[in-house]
Write a protein that binds this ligand. Structure first.
Ligand SMILES: O=C[C@H](O)[C@H](O)[C@H](O)COP(=O)(O)O
Length: 232
């Protein structure tokens, strides 16, 4: 099974949790897009759902494939969000934001009764941090915010480059008009504390640590899909 087939397997297994009439948060990224394609087939076959997309990219795909969309302001309380992740640990803590959609993804997931993560085995880790942690920041005061993050990292015994994400010849800008700093910490022993402390830095809009948000992960590997639930 190649990487794309595993993403499809995970998306298929997550689709089984979607019921008629649900208000759905719809994630961003290559795995979430496989879910959108499968969902669109069900919608064409008569399934009634209303989706809230977590990015402009996802919104475009949903519109193209005929998945009905609403804004989060129109549907502020959702039944279920299905989204990908860059890393998942055994407590269902996640790193997200590789595609830059972490802010809307977190807002939508937190407005949902449940969040199901879809991923392939390569995303499952013992300790979060091998994937660069995306930190969404306000462009105002970028240098000061980066220094504050560096000081926090040092206080917490973390080190590694903190790079401004680029796009083509310029700076990557999120759907919300912010920048992303990618922090190469390598290993984050206390993700819960880092998440709280990052939120205390004023220029940080949001970060890619999703703690106590996901309720289930569907992980696809060569032998098929398995589910992961949070263990303390
Ligand atoms: O900002 C992007 C999202 O957090 C994605 O869900 C994450 O990067 C995983 O994407 P993919 O399924 O393409 O690996």
């Amino acid at each position: 099974m190649d990487a794309r087939e595993m993403k499809i397997k995970a998306a298929e297994a997550a689709l089984a949790h979607v019921e008629d009439g649900m208000r759905l948060g719809i994630g961003t990224g290559s795995t979430a897009e496989e879910f959108v394609r499968l969902l669109a087939e069900k919608v064409a076959g008569g399934l009634r759902v209303e989706g809230v997309p977590t990015s402009e990219r996802t919104a475009r795909l949903c519109l193209e494939l005929g998945v009905p969309l609403k804004s989060l302001d129109e549907l502020p309380e959702l039944d279920l969000t299905i989204d990908g992740a860059d890393e998942v640990d055994g407590r269902l803590r996640l790193i997200k934001g590789g595609g830059g959609a972490l802010l809307r993804e977190k807002i939508v997931a937190c407005a949902s009764r449940r969040m199901i993560v879809i991923a392939d085995e390569s995303k499952v880790v013992e300790t979060l941090g091998a994937f660069k942690l995306p930190i969404e920041v306000n462009p105002f005061g970028l240098v000061a915010t980066r220094i504050a993050i560096e000081k926090l990292a040092t206080r917490m015994g973390l080190s590694g480059a903190i790079d401004l994400r680029a796009s083509g010849d310029g700076t990557f800008t999120t759907d919300g008009g912010h920048y992303i700093l990618d922090a190469s910490f390598g290993r984050i022993p206390d993700a819960d504390a880092l998440a709280r402390n990052l939120n205390d830095i004023p220029g940080v809009v949001e970060h890619g640590l999703f703690i106590n948000i996901a309720s289930l992960a569907v992980i696809a590997g060569p032998a098929g899909a398995r589910t992961l639930t949070a263990k303390e």
